[in-house]
Design a binder for this molecule. Structure first.
Ligand code: COA
Length: 170
């Protein structure tokens, strides 16, 4: 039986912290579906869903056992639609635990077959978040060793587009 795990998140953008979980997850599962959520109303995204899919597909272009898809609605419904029963999540610090526990219990309530597997994020990435990356990049700092180059390229591309938009309105 093929063991498929769904690794969900907003990935706005993906970081080496996420990639670390995915690469280690590949040792445990036959297939990982990176499921990118359309952001909920309280979380405004920098990258569009199409950009996030395209960035992650580029990063894993040589990895046949990884699929990348956007998803809308409840995670439990999405996981079921993929005939999967495992959700993979990373824990960075103890601060993540409460939210993750709540989410995994809520998901379990909705689908008792669903199991959430947690992996500790490697220590060197435990401070990392997508927001931190966006903040450093927007203020001209270096994110070397924190995100793949494609993320930096796309980020700068989007910033240039936005500046052009502003100029054209003047
Ligand atoms: N390395 C680096 N950063 C990490 C990380 C890791 N291993 N794991 C998480 N993060 C960061 C993310 O970059 C993100 O940063 P940000 O807040 O600055 O954007 C932050 O931690 C939170 O990430 P995550 O916990 O993955 O939350 P999310 O908002 O990206 O995704 C969903 C949450 C999509 C899994 C969840 O909202 C969901 O399942 N939604 C679907 C609707 C649903 O079913 N709701 C009911 C759930 S009970």
């Amino acid at each position: 039986m093929i063991k498929t795990a769904v690794y969900p998140g907003s990935f706005d953008p993906i970081t080496y912290g996420h990639i670390n979980i995915i690469e280690r997850g590949m040792k445990l599962f036959d297939k990982i579906i990176i499921a990118i959520s359309y952001n909920q109303s309280d979380k405004k995204s920098f990258f569009s869903i199409e950009e996030r899919v395209s960035i992650i597909k580029k990063i894993f272009k040589n990895e046949k056992r990884i699929a990348v898809e956007p998803f809308k609605g409840l995670l439990v419904d999405y996981v079921k639609s993929k005939n999967a029963e495992i959700v993979l999540r990373g824990l960075r610090t103890v601060a993540d635990f409460e939210f993750e526990l709540q989410m995994s219990l809520a998901n379990k309530k909705m689908n008792s077959k669903l199991e959430t597997i947690f992996m500790m994020t490697e220590g060197k990435y435990s401070f990392l978040s997508s927001s931190i990356i966006k903040e450093i990049l927007s203020l001209g700092g270096s994110v070397r060793d924190l995100v793949p180059d494609v993320v930096v390229e796309k980020f700068n591309e989007r910033l240039r587009e936005r500046k052009t938009d502003i100029v054209s309105w003047e």
